[in-house]
Design a binder for this molecule. Structure first.
Ligand code: FE2
Length: 198
């Protein structure tokens, strides 16, 4: 196990967010570090790769001290999926193990809080190991994600432009377009030790 890969990733991201670049430049700069992180699957401690029988898991791996970004491992049990949700901040998703399916929804209508019409799915992508996806309010922020497998665990590594566990965001009803606020929190109260010798 080589936790140094995660430590280097966190160090690279800290440099990137310290340069006060616009969102698109931040996301572009993050691609190479994310690709390096995904290229090897020997660094994620087992404690942060454990599925739950009923719920997908969101393990915080690191939060920037100024909450400019956070890194989370999403662990999907067989067939598990999110509700339709937004993020309200930029996010980068990298597929580490297995595969996930992400469907984007169009909620651009200004009266989204009031209407009672089904959300329109605009695009479905399947991420495989090494693939990277992006979300944000400027490039499309509402999606629903599921494990592409019904018989195995999948894991993706997410980076968000805030402490995502504390962000007030939204879940949507696909049938009515109704919106509810939520705060996700995290699945564990402990963090990996980035500084253990490896
Ligand atoms: Fe998401």
């Amino acid at each position: 196990m080589s936790i140094s890969r995660l430590r280097e990733f966190v160090s690279d991201l800290t440099d990137i967010v310290s340069e006060d670049r616009p969102e698109a430049a931040v996301l572009e700069a993050m691609r190479a570090p994310m690709a390096r992180l995904l290229a090897e699957d020997d660094w994620l401690p087992d404690a942060f790769a454990q599925p739950h029988p009923d719920f997908y898991q969101q393990y915080l791996l690191h939060c920037d001290p100024k909450q400019r970004f956070s890194v989370v491992s999403f662990v999907w049990g067989p067939g598990q999926q999110t509700p339709i949700h937004d993020h309200t901040v930029w996010g980068m998703i990298g597929m580490l193990r297995g595969s996930e399916q992400a469907t984007r929804f169009d909620v651009a209508q200004p009266d989204a809080m009031l209407r009672a019409t089904p959300l329109r799915a605009t695009q479905t992508d399947v991420l495989h190991e090494g693939d990277i996806d992006l979300v944000s309010p400027t490039i499309g922020d509402v999606h629903q994600v599921r494990n592409a497998y019904d018989d195995r665990v999948s894991i993706s590594i997410h980076v968000y432009g805030a402490n995502i566990g504390r962000v007030r965001r939204h879940v949507y009803s696909g049938e009515t377009g109704g919106v509810k606020e939520f705060v996700s929190g995290f699945s564990s109260s402990v963090l990996p030790n980035l500084w253990s010798p490896s």
